[in-house]
Design a protein around this ligand. Structure first.
Ligand SMILES: [Ca+2]
Ligand SMILES: [Ca+2]
Ligand SMILES: [Ca+2]
Length: 325
């Protein structure tokens, strides 16, 4: 094959929607996509979820007055509030498809009347259990903390005869529990674990809420170098890197060193609040890189095509000259 034949075939291949032109553009797009990813925030981490349940004490069993402080001051009719925090990504430790077992709770706060108990606790001393059709005909949710040191523990249980309440044994998150749906049982009890004689304080669960957030503003962690997002009642935070403190001087030499919409004033060498004189934000830099890469790809493509066309015309002219001679 002569050089002229090769050039003609090359031009036809580039003009047609064939594999040669496609491959080139795919390479350009791939490089641009990888370059733009460098500007995306990484290191996103999940925050724990908080479940809160409320009710009214309707029963106290303590015939010998063995309740320790502060629970010895609790009376029937006192309102109670239980908030416990758990990690939403805790794995199910029970292989059964109908029983979910989660050692997920790492802290709780229990208030009954004027008595308050707030503490951190090892998840291994707690459990959340989800029963999907166990026993047959019932869906159940249980949560408990077993405090073997102070012999004071709590336990709660929601039961319904509606087996569609939990379609699986997955850990319920925000929006997955409605107390009104658990008509079979909705109990809370604070009791003496292993104590003798035993005592207990009981009260049915009346309401439930999930948090800690409803809006992004609820997730403000006080760290200006993380973004704060509320997702399904759970706060998500991601590192903003590089990060400048908007409240103080922030030396900079390029826009990438400023965050929160602040821009770098290269004259003063400090980040400044908007208006940013049209300088792209960090997220827009990805689009800028993509555009530049596309322009570079187009430049390479059309330059080669033009060169090939000139060479091809030269070949045609040479052929014509040879025929005339
Ligand atoms: Ca399971
Ligand atoms: Ca079920
Ligand atoms: Ca933050």
């Amino acid at each position: 094959m002569s050089n002229c034949d090769f050039l003609e075939r090359l031009r036809n291949a580039q003009q047609a929607p064939g594999p040669l032109g496609t491959v080139r553009w795919v390479r350009v797009m791939r490089i641009a996509a990888i370059a733009s990813l460098a500007f995306w925030p990484l290191q996103v981490r999940a925050s724990p979820i908080e479940f809160t349940f409320n009710g009214i004490v309707n029963s106290i069993n303590d015939p010998l007055g063995n309740r320790p402080p502060p629970w010895n001051g609790v009376n029937v009719g006192d309102p109670w509030t239980l908030t416990y925090r758990f990690e939403s990504t805790t794995p199910d430790s029970d292989p059964s498809p109908t029983l979910g077992e989660y050692a997920a709770i790492d802290s709780y706060s229990l208030t009954i009347g004027s008595a308050i108990d707030t503490r951190l606790i090892l998840p291994t001393s707690t459990f959340i259990r989800v029963f999907d059709g166990e026993p047959a005909g019932l869906d159940q949710y249980m949560a408990a903390v077993i405090n073997e040191i102070e012999l004071t523990s709590w336990f709660m249980q929601l039961v319904t005869a509606n087996e569609s309440e939990f379609p699986t044994d997955a850990l319920p998150l925000c929006g997955d529990i409605d107390v009104a749906n658990f008509e079979y049982a909705h109990e809370f009890v604070l009791y003496s674990f292993g104590g003798s004689p035993e005592w207990d304080i009981r009260g049915p669960i009346q309401t439930h809420s999930c948090g800690p957030c409803e809006t992004d503003a609820d997730c403000n962690d006080g760290d200006v170098c993380t973004f704060d997002e509320c997702s399904n009642g759970s706060c998500l935070h991601g590192v903003i890197d590089p990060c400048c403190q908007p409240s103080g001087p922030c030396p900079c030499s390029s826009e990438n060193e400023c965050a929160f919409g602040f821009c770098c004033n290269v004259t003063t060498g400090f980040c400044e609040p908007p208006p940013c004189r049209g300088i792209p934000t960090v997220s827009e830099w990805g689009l800028v890189v993509l555009t530049l890469m596309l322009l570079i790809g187009a430049k390479i493509y059309f330059a080669r095509r033009e060169t090939a066309t000139i060479l091809l015309l030269s070949c045609v002219a040479n052929r014509r000259n040879r025929l005339l001679l």
